[in-house]
Ligand binder design. Structure first.
Ligand SMILES: [Zn+2]
Length: 209
């Protein structure tokens, strides 16, 4: 770890160093956060420390969908009112939150925890792809309900598209229906400013009126 400044007390520079490791936090923001906490009431700093500890000690992967959870299986996987035959595959836990917020999906999820990215040395083995394929192929046996549809809801980026294509190839030849989220123009958007991928996806996903 780089020492930010040797004149600082070690406990302060250690915290600054730790903040600097976080995504999107540069040395300036890190110092600002550390000095904010130094001046903040004790309870505020302690509550942050507790939240950090709980984050690592209380959470784990749901053994079914790989989402982050405190209960295993997670609340979605344990919910008998949800359609367990439809699995929506997403990149990150936050994507589950976003789809849940839309209240338009009553199936279950599978969280990949990233996308295939050869540039960054991330292949399918670094993600929860194997767990998905096992889950789909185990469907209908024993306790697992059979899976009818897998919705590939990775992001419409190059890596997201490649990841979706990879999973689609892996599921080809199984009786499972594989679908991809329709892409469209954002509500309130303007055709003129839409990028090529969005525009071509919106055309592909056109519907009769
Ligand atoms: Zn789950």
């Amino acid at each position: 770890m780089p020492q930010v400044n040797k004149t600082l007390p070690p406990s302060v520079s250690r915290l600054i160093d730790a903040f600097t490791q976080l995504p999107g936090i540069g040395p300036k923001s890190a110092s600002r956060l550390a000095y904010y906490l130094l001046r903040a009431p004790s309870e505020e700093a302690m509550s942050l420390a507790e939240a950090l500890r709980d984050l690592k000690t209380r959470t784990r992967f749901c053994s079914v969908c790989m989402n982050i959870t405190e209960n295993n299986p997670c609340d979605v996987c344990a919910d008998p009112t949800r359609d367990h035959s439809v699995i929506c595959v997403v990149e990150e836990p936050l994507d589950v939150t976003a789809i849940e917020r839309s209240r338009s999906f009553n199936g279950v999820y599978h969280v990949l925890h990233g996308v295939i990215s050869p540039m960054n040395g991330i292949g399918p083995d670094e993600l929860k792809v194997h767990e998905l394929l096992t889950r789909v192929s185990a469907g209908g046996t024993g306790e697992s309900p059979s899976v009818h549809e897998v919705i590939l809801a990775t992001n419409p980026t190059l890596e997201g598209e490649n990841t979706a294509a990879y999973i689609q190839r892996k599921l080809a030849g199984t009786p499972v229906k594989v679908t991809r989220l329709a892409r469209g123009l954002p509500v309130g958007g303007d055709l003129e400013y839409a990028d090529e991928i969005t525009l071509s996806r919106a055309l592909e996903g056109r519907q009769s009126m």
